[in-house]
Design a protein around this ligand. Structure first.
Ligand SMILES: N[C@@H](CCC[C@H](N)C(=O)O)C(=O)O
Length: 297
């Protein structure tokens, strides 16, 4: 029996002292890639880029790598045509206010939120994203498996870090990645500055992964995300890294654990596409002060 939406955070919040309704939020993370979840069940929230930047700011806002607006597909103007208009849609925004097509860690958290809020039943369901409908499965232990679609190789290029060039594979996982297999320890890299990349191959920017093999069934990875900076994990990036590793080894399919700064996920590349399994953690529920929200417009 699913919980009703009123049991959790997505009913109308009480009015504040000024008589206006505050705005519900949930904070959570997937392998420490952290997000503010904003339930917008009737599609009325005006989520401007400026408000996203304020929310994600770790000093003047809540602090996060991104924002996940929970909304019906019908309310999203740029939703792909194969997304169910009556289904839940993950409207993902990067911390700098930009829109991205897909977010793997965010989608695990989004799925966990839907179940927790009684908006979906535990088990298998489909979530709409800007890279299309994504089947998800929530597990008893709190982990979530995502069907991520194909990881498509579209070229070779270089990332430049501290003046050094690292060859990599360009991979489309709904969003663009440059996954570079390196010999050295990723922990030694300085990712405080965005890695240089080829703007012709990546006209809309790119997420850069630097990874090395760590035993027979694991890789170690760091990532610099487009629109965010270095994060402690990137779900689509882990899929890109495993796809790149297999591509370089001329293996069409395979699987690997991926160790990121914030934990471990498992990626499988199959004939049909790819899956990503990892944790999703709901940390807190609260309310944004409406006056703060209005001032951040
Ligand atoms: N952290 C995400 C990816 C978020 C989008 C990315 N920064 C982009 O701009 O493409 C993940 O877990 O996949």
């Amino acid at each position: 029996m699913p919980k009703t939406s009123s049991t959790r955070c997505c009913g109308s919040s009480p009015r504040n002292l000024s008589g206006v309704r505050d705005i519900d939020f949930v904070k959570g993370h997937g392998t420490e890639n952290d997000f503010v979840v904003l339930p917008d069940l009737d599609g009325t929230l005006d989520l401007t880029a400026s408000r996203v930047r304020a929310l994600c700011d770790r000093n003047r806002g809540l602090g996060a790598d991104g924002v996940l607006r929970v909304v019906k597909g019908a309310a999203v103007e740029d939703a792909p045509s194969d997304v169910d208009p009556d289904g839940w849609f993950m409207d993902y925004r990067n911390a700098d206010g930009s829109i991205a097509e897909m977010c793997g860690n965010g989608l695990r958290l989004f799925a966990a939120y839907l179940v927790d809020a009684g908006l979906a039943e535990r088990g298998e369901f489909v979530v709409g994203t800007r890279s299309g409908p994504r089947p998800v499965k929530t597990h008893e232990d709190g982990s979530v498996t995502l069907h991520m679609g194909p990881a498509r190789v579209f070229g070779r290029s270089h990332a430049t870090v501290s003046g050094e060039g690292f060859p990599g594979v360009a991979i489309d996982v709904g969003n663009p990645h440059l996954a570079c297999l390196i010999d050295s320890d990723p922990a030694d890299l300085d990712l405080t500055v965005p890695p240089g990349h080829d703007p012709v191959l990546f006209p809309h920017g790119v997420n850069v992964e630097l990874f090395r093999r760590k035993g027979p069934d694991a890789i170690q990875m760091r990532v610099h995300e487009r629109g965010v900076g270095e994060t402690r994990s990137c779900g689509t990036g882990t899929v890109a890294a495993v796809a790149a590793m297999l591509h370089l080894a001329n293996q069409p399919t395979g699987a690997s654990y991926v160790d990121v700064l914030g934990g471990r996920v498992r990626v499988e590349i199959t004939e049909d596409g790819s899956t990503l399994t990892g944790p999703a953690v709901l940390v807190a529920r609260g309310r944004l002060d409406r006056r703060w929200w209005d001032s951040a417009s």
